[in-house]
Design a protein around this ligand. Structure first.
Ligand code: ADP
Length: 521
């Protein structure tokens, strides 16, 4: 067999091994190593190299190389092959170059800075270089082989190298396709995750394009505004969401660094007003709006403002009265009768002040769930007496006929509740005011009735709310905090009882409290 001749079976086996490697390996570097090794071996080259271009994640092309026949370290110090006269035909894809003795080639040694091989490079005389093409005939790399003796490579080697170059091209492209597929999959997964996040997030998210048309309306946006995605998507937001135009200009639109949200009202379809805390983030195609329903917080805030207003007003009145009376006593030194009256003013107002402070404290304890009650047997008569003893009014009648079973709860708290109801009846109702206690099925029922104007049905629940005061009484200048009935309800509920009101317009009002009967254990 002549030098350079290769048995058909060896050729076939080599090509088969290369083809298998291309088919089996997903890792590009493993495949190109097989390609380079096999070609180097079959051509009898002393060294072979495969220079190829790949794309990084940002789509930038960069070069890698595989070496065969010599340790990789020997090449590490060398520059990548440049577009010199010798390399150009390969990198431009002009064709295969097979040179008997490269040092004798007229193109050799013409390029600075080395004018030949870089110092330390293996001596090369036989030279074989094959371009590697991609599917659309662009050059994606080159296979290079060298030998220190001249005339080593034959036309058969050339053909084999060309055949293997085809596989090398397939290998590089396959790897790039796999990488692209992988990154597309990751991106698709990330998008799917983002879509799920938009579905479940509690904030309303709306994407409005630069034409003002709604492109995304997540479920939270539907819940908050009461507008279905189907009714909003594809329509200008100003038309689809009534009231949007009025607030749009006041929504802060930032870039990626989120803006500070503003709180603005929006009418929902059901005629309810929701308060939204919202902001927008501009992006190239429009604006993403994020909003959250802060109606409850706002209600609490305005309630808190009311509390401060009511309490400070209620505090100021007795403080002013005490101050005025004390000052008059000191400066004017009035006669004995006037002095007695002023001292009484001080006493009454100070008591009122103390009661007010007690109510505020008790309310805050109730709200913080820091109130402790005892659960014991209550004698209903004693409870009613304790509640009415302070209210020296000729208008007050206590009606306790017959035997009444003991109730279960906190005696002192029950008296406090009943005293409050009596005080209200005397203040807001008209006499006579009657207090009764009696057995009622498995409970003990207490009632405080007055003969006043009564309470309209629509207000009968609301009067138990914290700080709620009826307009008529506010206008009449009657003093109060709106805490009394709230405290009553909370205390009764904590004693496992019920509280309620029955009222007929113009005929009077009956507040009732039912406590469970005390069952001796
Ligand atoms: P306050 O008496 O401090 O205002 P309450 O919570 O005890 O607070 O009562 C709430 C409101 O309910 C009162 O402001 C008053 O308008 C109304 N109210 C309470 N009791 C009666 C009653 N017997 N008749 C009519 N209105 C009442």
């Amino acid at each position: 067999m002549a030098r350079g001749d290769i048995e058909e079976t060896t050729f076939a086996e080599t090509v088969l091994r290369v083809a298998k490697a291309v088919a089996v390996h997903d890792d590009l570097h493993e495949v190109v190593q097989v390609v380079t090794d096999e070609t180097t071996a079959i051509t009898g080259a002393q060294f072979g190299a495969f220079f190829y271009n790949v794309m990084d994640l940002d789509g930038e092309s960069y070069s890698l190389y595989t070496i065969s026949g010599v340790p990789r370290e020997r090449f590490e110090k060398f520059p990548m092959p440049r577009n010199t006269d010798i390399f150009r035909p390969t990198f431009e894809g002009t064709g295969t170059m097979r040179i008997e003795d490269v040092t004798a080639d007229p193109r050799y040694g013409r390029s600075a800075p080395y004018h030949g091989m870089p110092p330390g490079h293996l001596p090369v005389r036989s030279y074989l270089a094959v371009p590697v093409f991609g599917r659309s005939s662009e050059v994606i790399g080159g296979l290079f082989f060298g030998h220190e003796r001249a005339g080593v490579f034959t036309s058969v080697h050339e053909k084999i190298a060309e055949a293997i170059a085809v596989h090398a091209g397939v290998a590089v492209e396959k790897a790039q396709l796999l990488a692209a597929e992988r990154s597309a999959r990751t991106e698709a997964e990330a998008r799917a995750d983002a879509a799920v996040a938009l579905e479940v997030v509690g904030d309303g998210i709306a994407l409005v394009d630069d034409q003002g048309v709604v492109r995304l309306w997540n479920p939270a946006a539907e819940t908050i505004t009461g507008r279905r995605a189907a009714a909003v998507l594809g329509r200008p937001i100003g038309q689809a969401v009534a009231g949007w135009e009025q607030i749009a200009l006041r929504i802060p639109i930032g870039d990626r660094a989120a803006s500070t949200p503003v709180t603005l009202p929006l009418d929902t379809l059901k005629g309810r007003e929701v308060w939204l805390s919202l902001y927008g983030i501009a992006f190239t195609g429009g604006v993403v709006y994020a909003f959250r329903d802060v109606t409850d917080q706002r209600r609490l805030e305005s309630l808190r403002e009311d509390v401060i207003a009511t309490v400070s007003h209620e505090l100021r009145t007795p403080v002013a009265a005490v101050y005025g009376a004390a000052r008059t006593l000191r400066v004017q030194r009035p006669d004995e009768k006037a002095t007695a009256e002023l001292l009484q003013v001080i006493e009454v107002e100070a008591t009122r002040l103390a009661a007010l402070v007690d109510d505020v404290l008790l309310t805050s304890q109730i709200d913080a769930n820091r109130i402790s009650l005892i659960h014991t047997s209550i004698d209903p008569r004693e409870a009613v007496e304790a509640a009415t003893v302070g209210a020296a009014s000729s208008q007050l009648q206590v009606d306790l006929d017959g035997a009444i079973a003991p109730a279960s709860g906190d005696p002192q708290k029950l008296s406090q509740v009943l005293a409050n109801l009596v005080e209200n009846a005397l203040k807001y109702g008209r006499g006579p005011v009657t207090v009764t206690a009696r057995d009622s099925q498995r409970a003990v029922r207490f009632e405080v009735s007055d003969c006043g104007e009564g309470i309209p049905r629509e207000e009968q629940q609301r009067i138990f709310e914290k700080f709620y005061r009826r307009e008529t009484h506010l206008d009449a200048g009657l003093r109060g905090t709106g805490l009394g009935l709230y405290i009553c309800r909370e205390l009764v509920q904590r004693m496992h009882g019920r509280i309620g009101v029955d009222s007929t317009r113009g005929r009077g009002t009956t507040f009732w409290v039912e406590l469970p009967r005390h069952e001796p254990s």
